[in-house]
Design a protein around this ligand. Structure first.
Ligand SMILES: [Zn+2]
Length: 57
């Protein structure tokens, strides 16, 4: 188990050692849904962006 910082509130978010790419974890502090992104040994979390149809097409 390791931890990454929530990009929103900087609370520590637990990331399981066996986390898979695209797995969703929730920040324990602000409740933000975060997607785990794996790139080699690097593990990062990024906010889940819900698709919105507001692109003005
Ligand atoms: Zn947070």
């Amino acid at each position: 188990m390791s931890s990454e910082k929530c990009p929103d509130c900087e609370a520590l978010v637990s990331v399981p050692d066996d986390a898979v790419n695209g797995e969703i974890v929730s920040c324990p502090d602000c409740g933000l849904d975060l997607e785990i992104a794996l790139a080699g040994q690097e593990r990062t979390v990024k906010p889940v962006v819900l698709e919105k149809e507001d692109w003005g097409e």
